[in-house]
Design a binder for this molecule. Structure first.
Ligand SMILES: *Cc1c(COP(=O)(O)O)cnc(C)c1O
Length: 410
C-alpha cells in the first residue's frame, strides 16, 4: 500500500523531544518554541511569530485580532479548508465566498472588488498548494478599501510572491506618494498580509509532530494583543520578559501555545528545511515531467487532463502535485483504479459555499438565490482535482505510483 501522505521525519526529532523532556520544562513558550519562532523571523523577515497548536488556532487568533463581529463581512475563497472561514464565523462575521481563477484554484483577485460592501472588513487569501495568490493586487485593493488581509499560508511554507513590473506600477498608482511600495522585490508568503497563519499538520511540508501552526504578525499594531490572546488573555509574556512585575487577566484569549515536545519536533524539521524542500521539489518535478511525457505520447486517459499551473508571480514549494480531469466520472474512475493498485490518491475540497452549515447557519442576509453562490471554477476543482502521493520519504515508491498511473490511464 502506498499512502497518500507520511509525516515527515528527518532524523533528530526524537533526540530533540528527549532534550525537551530532560530539560524539565515542557509547557509552551520555552526554548524550542523560541528557536522555531526566531528561525522564521530571521529567515523570512516576519515581524513577529507565535507558534500555535494548529493553523486553525492561528486563524482564530487572527480573527480575534481583526476585531470582526456580527454584521461584518469577510471575503474567503470557497475552495479551501473549513478553517479559513470558521475562525471568522466564530466571531459572528458573515462569510462572502469568492471564486477561484479559471486556470488554478487560488482566489481570483480580479473578482474581489465586486464582493466588497461597506461592511467588508477582511480578505483571506489562501495560497493553495503553496502557490502565491496575486498579493500585489490584493494588497492594493485592501489598502484602497481600508481592509485587513489575513493570509491563510497553511500550505505555503518557504514559498514566495514575485512582483511583476505591472504590479509595481499599479501599487504606485494606489499608494499615496509618501508610502513606499511593498513589492519591489520578492516577498515570502506569510510576510505580506497584516496577519498570516501557517500549518504544521502532518500533511504539510513540515510538521510539529502531527499538529501545529504559527501566527505571523506583520503589522506592529497587533503584536502586544496577539501575545496576550496567545497566553489565555494574560500579559504573562511581558512578565517573563521582566517588563511588568506581575501578570493578570487583561483581555480575551485562549491557550493557543503548543507544548515544547511539538516545538522540539518542528525544530528538527526546520534544521533540515532545505533538504526537505529540495526532495519534495524533485518528486514534484518528476511527476510533472513524466505525466506530461505520457500525455505527449498519446496516453488515452490523459486526454483533456491538465497539470498544475504556477503563475509568473509565484514560486513552487512542492506542497502538492495534482491532476485536473475533464469531469467527475473520469476522476472517480482514476481514484478507483489507483486504489485497486494499492495506491491512495485523494480529492478535496467540497465547496464551502454549498455546505449545509454555511447555507443554514452563517450566510448572513444573502438569499440562496444570490449570484454569490454561483462559483463555477470552485465547483469544477471540487469535481475534477486529484492529488498524488507526495511526501519526503516517498523515494522509489514513486516508480510504483507512476507505473500504476500509466496503467490506470491507458
Ligand atoms: C491544513 C490547512 C488548514 C488547517 O491547518 P491545521 O493546522 O490542521 O489547523 C487551514 N487552511 C488550509 C488551506 C489548510 O490546507
Amino acid at each position: 500500500m502506498i499512502h497518500f501522505n507520511r509525516p515527515c521525519m528527518t532524523g533528530r526529532e526524537t533526540d530533540y523531544i528527549r532534550q525537551a523532556v530532560e530539560s524539565g520544562k515542557l509547557s509552551g513558550n520555552g526554548e524550542f518554541t523560541h528557536r522555531c519562532q526566531d528561525f522564521f523571523q530571521q529567515r523570512y523577515g516576519f515581524r513577529k511569530c507565535l507558534l500555535t497548536t494548529s493553523c486553525t488556532d492561528a486563524l482564530e487568533m487572527a480573527a480575534l485580532l481583526t476585531g470582526v463581529g456580527p454584521g461584518d463581512e469577510v471575503i474567503v475563497p470557497s475552495y479551501t479548508f473549513v478553517s479559513s472561514a470558521l475562525a471568522f464565523v466564530r466571531c459572528g462575521a458573515t462569510i462572502v465566498f469568492a471564486d477561484s481563477c479559471s486556470d488554478q484554484p487560488n482566489l481570483d483577485a480580479e473578482k474581489i472588488e465586486s464582493l466588497i460592501t461597506p461592511r467588508t472588513k477582511v480578505i483571506v487569501p489562501v495560497h493553495y498548494a503553496g502557490c502565491a495568490c496575486d498579493m500585489g493586487r490584493i494588497m492594493a485593493i485592501a489598502e484602497k478599501h481600508n481592509l485587513l488581509v489575513v493570509e491563510d499560508a497553511a500550505q505555503a511554507v518557504d514559498s514566495w510572491y514575485k512582483p511583476k513590473a505591472k504590479d509595481e506600477a499599479e501599487e504606485r498608482s494606489v499608494h499615496s506618494s509618501t508610502s513606499t511600495s511593498h513589492f519591489n522585490s520578492s516577498r515570502p508568503l506569510g510576510g505580506i498580509g497584516h496577519l498570516a497563519a501557517f500549518s504544521f499538520h502532518e500533511t504539510k511540508n513540515i510538521t510539529a509532530g502531527g499538529e501545529g501552526g504559527m501566527l505571523v504578525i506583520n503589522d506592529e499594531r497587533f503584536i502586544r494583543r496577539a501575545e496576550i490572546i496567545w497566553e489565555k488573555g494574560t500579559n504573562r509574556a511581558e512578565f517573563f520578559r521582566g517588563e511588568v512585575n506581575k501578570y493578570g487577566w487583561v483581555d480575551t484569549g485562549s491557550s493557543f501555545l503548543p507544548a515544547e515536545i511539538n516545538a522540539a519536533y518542528l525544530w528538527a524539521q526546520l534544521e533540515n528545511l532545505d533538504k526537505i524542500q529540495s526532495e519534495r521539489k524533485r518528486i514534484w518535478q518528476r511527476y510533472d515531467d513524466e505525466l506530461k511525457g505520457m500525455q505527449a505520447a498519446g496516453l488515452k486517459g490523459l486526454r483533456g487532463v491538465t497539470f498544475p499551473v504556477i503563475p509568473d508571480h509565484a514560486t513552487n514549494n512542492a506542497h502538492m502535485y495534482y491532476l485536473l480531469f475533464p469531469d467527475l466520472a473520469k476522476r472517480t474512475d482514476f481514484i478507483a483504479k489507483m486504489k485497486a493498485r494499492d495506491i491512495l490518491t485523494v480529492f478535496h475540497y467540497l465547496p464551502l459555499h454549498s455546505s449545509d452549515f454555511y447555507r443554514n447557519s452563517c450566510r448572513g442576509h444573502y438569499p440562496l438565490s444570490s449570484i454569490l453562490y454561483q462559483l463555477p471554477n470552485c465547483s469544477r476543482y471540487a469535481d475534477t482535482l486529484v492529488r498524488l502521493p507526495l511526501y519526503y520519504a516517498l523515494g522509489d515508491d514513486q516508480d510504483r505510483v507512476l507505473a500504476a498511473a500509466k496503467e490506470a490511464l491507458a
